[in-house]
Design a protein around this ligand. Structure first.
Ligand code: SAM
Length: 296
């Protein structure tokens, strides 16, 4: 329903801007309507949800967190308490930003917790290692293209709602009877880890085990479909997993005349993967270095 309303407003905006030409006032009031529709009302995340969000995202020393729509500042403050180098909250409500600043001073974390009056759609996200939000589903969907451009490994943690059709890496459900809005006294915490781009054909040379290995990878979000050959012959890929930059591929089959299980594990960086391969056949287990290169 919300999307229908939004599409209708968008159509009106296009028609109005074409028909009205110089009457920019009409256009800006329609734009304001669109923006209002993407505003999430202020509702706090219960403390237990904040704790789960921190734990799911593994917030700790070294992290830089941004909370989109920071409300009274509780997520930003908790991130600093847990060792984040710095945390920033943005909110379009100046009174809430003032309140969050006062709360940070009271909590003794004002040196590393800052707050800005800002439209979250304009926030620079590039420096964050963790981005948290408790926003409406349409807002999350709207943010998706920006999230997808972030550095692989960046963690996104959301209270209650997903991001379009992007499957979460982890979903935790907890009882929150104190919550006055939402999902029947329940809350969800969803974690998304920006996946590396692994699409394409990859090649590995393993003279000590099968010779040339090839991997053809198709990717949708963090989900992989992998087809592999060794010495030009197909080998069965049992599982493939991508978590940020960390990739795992499990392949089982006959190599050099014997049946082996292969666990490839590595870190994707640009057109290279570096890690190790564990091979086992019931009796014998060996670990050997593994590198793969994306073919142009
Ligand atoms: C559901 S509250 C979440 C507050 C806090 N993050 C928490 O979890 O306790 C959503 C917040 O987003 C803010 N907000 C809504 N639309 C926004 C926008 N376009 N830009 C910045 N802040 C926005 C609201 O003022 C509100 O404080």
């Amino acid at each position: 329903m919300q999307r229908m309303f939004r599409s209708l407003l968008q159509c009106l905006l296009v028609i109005a801007s074409t028909a009205l030409g110089p009457y920019a006032v009409a256009q800006s009031s329609l734009e304001a309507e669109l923006q209002k529709e993407l505003d999430t009302p202020f509702v706090v995340s219960p403390e237990e949800v904040v704790d789960r969000m921190m734990r799911a995202a593994g917030v700790g020393p070294g992290d830089v967190l941004i909370d989109l729509g920071s409300g009274d500042g509780r997520i930003v403050i908790e991130a600093v308490r847990r060792g984040a180098i710095r945390a920033l909250g943005v909110d379009n409500d100046p009174q809430l930003v003032e309140r969050a600043r006062r709360n940070a001073i009271q909590a003794g974390v004002a040196d590393r917790a800052s707050f800005r009056v800002e439209n979250l759609f304009e926030t620079d996200l590039s420096k964050a290692s963790v981005i948290s939000f408790y926003l409406l589903p349409d807002v999350n969907r709207e943010l998706m293209p920006r999230f997808q451009k972030l550095k692989p490994g960046t963690r996104l943690v959301s209270h209650d709602y997903g991001i379009g059709d992007w499957p979460a890496d982890e979903t935790i459900e907890l009882l929150t009877p104190e919550k006055t809005v939402g999902r029947d006294g329940k809350s969800r915490v969803l974690l998304f880890i920006i996946p590396a781009d692994t699409r394409g054909d990859w090649r590995t040379e393993l003279p000590q085990h099968g010779g040339e290995w090839r991997f053809r990878i198709d990717q949708r979000f963090q989900q992989l479909t992998v087809a592999s050959t060794v010495g030009g012959k197909p080998i069965y890929v049992r599982a493939a997993r991508l978590r940020g930059e960390e990739i795992k591929v499990v392949a089982t089959g006959i190599v050099d005349g014997r049946a082996w299980n292969h666990l490839f594990q590595g870190k994707v960086s640009g057109d290279g993967i570096r890690g190790d391969l564990t091979i086992s056949n019931g009796g014998e287990t060996r670990k050997i270095p593994w590198t793969a290169t994306r073919q142009q």
